[in-house]
Design a protein around this ligand. Sequence first.
Ligand SMILES: [Zn+2]
Length: 79
Amino acid sequence: MAFSTQKRFIAGVTCPKCAKMDKLQAYSLDGVDYRECVSCGFRDEMRVFSEPRELETRVNSAADLPENKVSTVKLVDPS
Ligand SMILES: [Zn+2]
């Protein structure tokens, strides 16, 4: 999900800093999405929508985790 480089208000969203509603604008800069509060100046990078790499890592570690956990438990239990 990529926003336009033109700032747009996000309706119904509360600013995490000043807690005012409908003050956040979303825009995209150099392929990165930002949200910015016009009331207090708060700005945040929105990584959630633009990092497929993170999803890949999650899938890989999910596949690896059960085995690692089992061997760790086996080593710990006898001692
Ligand atoms: Zn704010």
